[in-house]
Write a protein that binds this ligand. Sequence first.
Ligand SMILES: [Zn+2]
Length: 93
Amino acid sequence: MAEVIKCTRCEKKLPALEKAPFGGALGKKIHEQICQVCWKQWVASQNQLINHYGLSTINPEHQQFLIQNMESFLFGKGLQNQIDASLEGTIQH
Ligand SMILES: [Zn+2]
């Protein structure tokens, strides 16, 4: 059973993820503070970013870009659109 938490992003009491989605401090923070609904919204947004920019999840630069957007999406003010636009020219397709 997933634990019910007060989600940092949507501020509703909803089930947390069953386990941290990945290792490290950020994965732990997401497990403790982000509900399943918000996580699913991020996964959908991540897929859009991957398709839009032609990202590779095994490329470290692309991973960094996705992590920055994930942090902003879950804990900040949505996707970093202005940063997206400036990165668009630097990411190798
Ligand atoms: Zn939430």
